[in-house]
Ligand binder design. Structure first.
Ligand code: PAF
Length: 287
């Protein structure tokens, strides 16, 4: 595995790979790798000649009250994991390398951001879109891998790819789950044993909600059902239960057969705020 710190060096390697007609699979991360990242890397490894992993804690996507300095970092551990998973290039630039002082432009995300978690994080997705655009220009991937746990981020990047006619293909990677259905997350360790027992109810509620909706319940009845199910089975405080079209994240009055929808939840436990979602093609009458 080659570790690269300079943009020009990464571009040279990627360009050579692309000219040699090799596929380049790219996994962008902010480091402190966990199982979710490992799944993305493994899939990229299976599907490409070359795998590039980037580690860059992007200051632009942190808000005023979000602690950029406190974001966990462990590059030695990350390097070891990346090597074991068969990454070819680890792109690990400094902030100065990525953001020159005389920057002229910044991407603004105009849609898909005023809902779900984006509502509470103004500017966050501008920072994500800007850095991902830069990383795409640096790594020149044929395919880029993103986890559906953060479905809103996937929706924003799909918009970016479409708006700027980027040739990279985004690969949506399904959320990986514990055996009992709880979405894997580094935050799960903050759950008390009792909360950990209750937490799979979130995924159950999503699945049951989908069935209800497809059996004819209205959007508001479905949201209410999901909310009540989580309230009955956990001691968490619900932040939101929402249903939107996906990936454009628009309000849906009455779903059409075959329409792609997202049913998403955020719930606060004593020391962890968990998010989860399911994206599905609405099929009336399905159970
Ligand atoms: O999902 C992340 O870790 C980040 O938002 C990303 C895509 C690496 C951009 O900084």
């Amino acid at each position: 595995m080659k570790i690269i710190n300079l943009i020009s060096d990464m571009q040279k390697e990627s360009l050579a790979a692309r000219l040699a007609k090799k596929t380049v699979g790219f996994v962008p991360t902010m480091g402190f790798l966990h199982e979710g990242h490992a799944t993305l890397i493994e899939q990229a490894r299976k599907e490409n000649d070359i795998v590039v992993l980037s580690i860059f804690v992007n200051p632009l996507q942190f808000g005023q009250n979000e602690d950029f300095d406190a974001y966990p970092r462990d590059i030695a551990r990350d390097e070891k994991i990346a090597r074991e998973l068969g990454v070819d290039y680890l792109f690990y630039p400094t902030i100065e390398e990525m953001y020159k002082e005389d920057r002229t432009t910044l991407i603004t995300v105009e849609k898909r951001v005023d809902v779900l978690c984006g509502k509470k994080r103004p500017g966050h997705f501008d920072g994500v879109a800007t850095v991902v655009m830069k990383l795409f220009q640096i790594v020149m991937p044929t395919q880029a891998y993103f986890g559906m746990k953060d479905a809103q981020q996937v929706a924003v990047i799909e918009g970016l790819i479409s708006d700027y006619h980027l040739t990279v293909q985004l690969v949506r990677v399904n959320t990986i789950r514990e055996e009992d259905g709880l979405a894997k997350s580094s935050r799960n360790v903050y759950l008390t044993p009792k909360e950990r027992e209750e937490a799979p109810a979130i995924h159950q509620a999503l699945q049951l909600g989908k069935s209800r909706l497809e059996q004819g319940a209205s959007i508001s009845e479905t949201k209410e059902f999901v909310e009540n199910y989580i309230k009955e089975h956990t001691a968490s405080e619900i932040d939101y239960v929402e249903i939107y079209s996906y990936p454009n994240l628009k309000e849906v009055k009455e779903p059409r057969d075959g329409e792609s929808l997202i049913l998403a939840v955020a719930a606060k436990f004593s020391r962890a705020r968990l998010i989860d979602n399911i994206v599905f093609s609405y099929t009336k009458g399905e159970n």
